[in-house]
Design a protein around this ligand. Structure first.
Ligand code: HAM
Length: 419
């Protein structure tokens, strides 16, 4: 074993997998950029206070933050998500509204690592600031849906709910507190601890012991004011009109405290239930204000890259496309010719590779075959003296071979590689 390994919950993404990650982000940009979203790149590290606004009853803030005091005495944290950073950026830069942005990048949460749950994980997401229109909620949710479709995923379910206006939510939390306190003896020790901190989150318990109390719990829809009910009705209407299938999930409360009204989650069909949320989001109308900006409505979602790629593997979609060079250069004259030829061929727009360290002809031919290149360019002593290159076809059965004058090589390659 080597001296150092990655820390628990942190992973290296190696080629060719890394190309798949890049394509994933590219596919996301192709869905959201035509809809008017521009990319925002917030820093990985912010003042701890930015993330504390996510809510002091959430695990992300109380237990999972990677925070430290820097050399200047500033208490900072690695971002556990990007919504709070985007709202901080909005409050700082005052862009015109609606501000529609997308992002991609790493986040850090000190969680117990397991398949689909890591301490460093990537997300792609969008946020819209400055618009209070339920049909925007429908559009935002539909964009995520389109993206899952673009990846080829067919087993993703969309769950939607509304947490009502802040006053509705507060009355609901109190009702839940009374309900669960009345049956506290039946709850698991974990649910009892959660009840102290955040009665809403008891609804998330997946433990059998808690199931009867959760099933009997009051439902949020009985606490919605007329405005909240109308807003949710319009979101569902918009989704229906767009043909996005969804289920209403009255117990969906999500893990972050800033949500108001619309919440939603995308659940994969193949992952273990503790890690089956591929993405989620909702409205967070008070967040910008809590970060020192003007009162600003906001909505968005984030999709976990790591988890969604696992779901793609499980469904056998969004494969990694192997990228081979077009050309492999073999040089038995010392390597200087290969250096020049690969450079020339690459400058003409072809992918080109070569062998190193003055290997034998046989070993370089093997490397050329392994590379998957379409043709080998061979330069030996005779070719060098005559100013020619041997062009050998590597695919197919006949391995046709031709000597081409060095000056005609690029034209010849163009013919061979585009035929
Ligand atoms: P979240 O539900 O905490 O929401 O995370 C969104 C997605 O990120 C999850 O569904 C999951 O796929 C992925 N994820 C979260 N934690 C981990 C982890 N430890 N390992 C692997 N994947 C993980 C948010 O982050 C909100 N900022 C979403 C949002 C945007 N709401 C409004 N706008």
């Amino acid at each position: 074993m080597s001296t150092f390994q990655t820390s628990p919950g942190m992973r290296d993404v190696l080629p060719p997998d890394s190309a798949r990650w890049r394509r994933f982000v590219g596919a996301f940009a192709e869905v959201v950029e035509p809809a008017g979203y521009g990319q925002v790149i917030p820093p990985l590290l912010e003042d701890l206070g930015v993330f504390q606004r996510i809510g002091d009853a959430t695990d992300v803030v109380t237990k999972e933050m990677y925070d430290f005091v820097d050399k200047g005495g500033r208490h900072v944290a690695l971002r556990p998500e990007q919504t709070a950073s985007v709202c901080r950026a909005f409050a700082q830069h005052h862009p015109p509204t609606p501000w529609k942005v997308w992002y991609a990048g790493a986040n850090f949460r000190y969680e117990k690592p397991q398949r689909g749950r890591y301490r460093q994980f990537d997300q792609v997401g969008i946020e819209v600031l400055g618009v209070d229109d339920p049909y925007l909620d429908a559009e935002v949710i539909a964009l995520a849906w389109q993206f899952f479709r673009a990846l080829g995923l067919g087993q993703v379910r969309l769950l939607v709910n509304s947490l009502g206006e802040p006053a509705d939510r507060s009355r609901y939390v109190e009702a839940l507190r009374s309900h669960f306190t009345a049956c506290v003896g039946d709850l698991s020790p974990e649910a009892r601890a959660t009840l102290e901190r955040n009665p809403l989150r008891v609804l998330d318990s997946k433990r059998d012991q808690d199931a009867p109390a959760v099933a009997a719990a009051p439902r949020i829809e009985h606490f919605w004011c007329d405005e909240a009910a109308a807003h949710f009705g319009a979101v569902c209407d918009g989704l229906g009109a767009l043909g996005v299938p969804f289920d209403i999930a009255p117990l969906l409360v999500r893990g972050l405290d800033y949500y108001r009204r619309t919440t939603f989650e995308f659940v994969g069909g193949t992952l273990d239930s503790a890690q089956n949320a591929l993405g989620g989001g909702g409205r967070y109308d008070g967040l910008v204000e809590s970060l020192g900006g003007p009162p600003t409505p906001g909505i968005g979602f984030a999709i976990g890259v790591d988890r969604t790629l696992l779901a793609c593997d499980d469904e056998g979609v969004f494969p990694v496309a192997a990228v081979s060079p077009h050309v492999f250069v073999i040089d038995t004259t010392g390597g200087r010719e290969a250096l020049l030829l690969t450079n020339e061929v690459r400058a003409a727009g072809w992918r080109a590779d070569r062998a190193f360290e003055g290997r034998s002809m046989k070993s370089q031919m093997k490397a050329a075959d392994r590379s998957g290149a379409a043709v080998a360019l061979i330069v030996g002593g005779d070719e060098l003296a005559a100013g020619v290159v041997t062009v050998r076809a590597l695919r197919g059965t006949d391995h046709a071979q031709l000597q081409i004058a060095r000056d005609d090589l690029l034209d010849h390659l163009h013919k061979v590689l585009t035929s």
